[in-house]
Design a protein. Structure first.
Length: 97
């Protein structure tokens, strides 16, 4: 999904109030991390991912993780990445309708 700059700014603002639900640890990008993110964005639409290791590769891992989880990378800030996937049903959408 292509987001406009206004939508990205809105989602970044909304992400400030949520806690990370997926962690990237010393194993790096694994299938389990990609699956966890896929399930999280399916349930919540907007998800924060915290990088506890591989901190020098945050941007590249974040991009690859977005591709594997079929979500949109909204932003990376420090060691945190924000992902978004719009709910399929209109009535389930919490952020962008």
């Amino acid at each position: 999904m292509n987001l406009t700059s206004q939508q990205r700014a809105f989602l970044r603002g909304e992400a400030q109030t949520i806690n990370p639900v997926v962690m990237v640890g010393k194993e790096g990008l694994t299938d389990a991390v990609a699956k966890a993110l896929d399930e999280a964005v399916k349930a919540h639409e907007l998800v924060k991912v915290r990088f506890q290791a591989h901190k020098d590769e945050v941007k590249s891992i974040a991009i690859e993780l977005a591709e594997k989880s079929n979500s949109t990378l909204v932003a990376t800030t420090g060691f945190t990445a924000v992902y978004f996937r719009q709910a399929e049903k209109v009535e389930d959408r919490a952020y962008i309708r």
